[in-house]
Design a protein around this ligand. Sequence first.
Ligand code: MRU
Length: 337
Amino acid sequence: MRMIEWRDGVVVTIDQTKLPHETVILKIKTIEEMAEAIKNLRIRGAPLLGAAAAFGLAITAFYSKAKSKEHLLAELESSANFLKSTRPTAVNLFWAADRILAKARGFSGSAEGLRELVIQEAQLIADEDAEANRAIGENGATLISDGDVILTHCNAGELATVEYGTALGVVRAAWNQGKKIRVIATETRPLLQGARLTAYELKRDGIPVTLITDNMVGYVMYKRLVNKVIVGADRIVQDAVINKIGTFTVAVLAHEHGVPFYVAAPKSTFDLTRKAAEVVIEERNPDEVTHFGAHRVAARDVEVLNPAFDITPLKYVTAIIHESGVYYQKDFAKFKK
Ligand code: MRU
């Protein structure tokens, strides 16, 4: 199933804040609606954010009244900047917006021609993501054996991508090959992408899944209840993998217990021009930590830290599963130019 679709000027997707209890379809027609959906995690997950940014620019192109190519280009640049101000960490959003801007800048035809080019490029970005995830699934499935219990953190599934998923794409491919596997999903505090989305997606597809809270990871590893970890990524830099807060803890525990720690991610997640220290880690509203839904649980006026992502140095990563193959420690040296 496609998580995001362009239907003649309307971007159709699911409001992920309402899952798993309600399936609410969003029909996005303005750049403001797209930015709001991204900021509030109605649309989330790094590869899906890339497609959302691309379709956001398609909206600008589709509804623009610009008569000249230059005028339309200025509108696209302004929309790209607006989208880039929504969430700073997943590089896919920046990658997709910059890919479309680069195409637009190099275009020498009419405003009408540029309009079509932007919409086509956005569609291509979405199609490529769907294709990449299936390749990641096939490549990753070679690492999975009958009987494996795979721990995953956050949601790197179909819901986080255009189609199929990255980490859960690997699970899906192995399952479809008939391997008898099980997943342990962490709930993923504070916004519960694991409990709400990963558990929902796997249950729906009939793949066995057990939910744990984030602070149970050490116990399940100590008890040898898990033998592989696969997570997604929001940005892979020269020295680290940046992913949902809590990923680093899982990686260190996996290292300590000799459990392979795999990261599944497409090319749109790679940012090899930077080191982790140069990346902005999104800091979100303290209410996400002090409240469970609308209900406050924390003591009044307590100071809160709420980084949405953390940084896992590459030394903890066994391999990166990519659409073009599986990369091991010896290959990571090439990341540092
Ligand atoms: O804040 P979110 O829900 O957008 O964070 C998502 C994650 O951290 C995912 O693990 C990551 O984007 C990979 S999705 C294939």
